[in-house]
Design a protein around this ligand. Sequence first.
Ligand code: FES
Length: 156
Amino acid sequence: MSTAHVHDDTDLDPDDLLSVGEVSRRTGVAVSALHYYESLGLIAAQRTSTNQRRFPRHMIRRVSLVVIAKRLGIPLTTVSDLLAPLPMDRMPTRREWQRISRAWKTTLEERRRTIESLEAELVGCIGCGCLSMKACRLLNPEDQLGEQGPGAHRVE
Ligand code: FES
């Protein structure tokens, strides 16, 4: 029985150095995106003895983290902050990935709560139509205008 060949990093020698094209082929991430990730410090290449830029194979794991973050809608700046403390000369450990995934879960939970709150407020607007700067929770979430006292307030 034959099995399909999957292009992951398990069929590579640990000392393999990959061209940006090879990293692109193995991760499905466009070469232009990889260059962008490199400019952000998310991944890093090294020079060979013949002065060619090559990526250590463990960079595939860092690219995988970025791919997951993008699926979750995590901004690249946040990804950069989380990956910054991780050494570039080895792949992220299981413990490091757990710490990062927990942080992203917290981010998703916060986002879900925000969406649920906005949805509840929007439901209150359905059929209302007042668009009141004072009464509508979506227009005046913290009752900021109320804190400014009575009377007309400038709309920013
Ligand atoms: S439009 Fe009336 S409460 Fe939002």
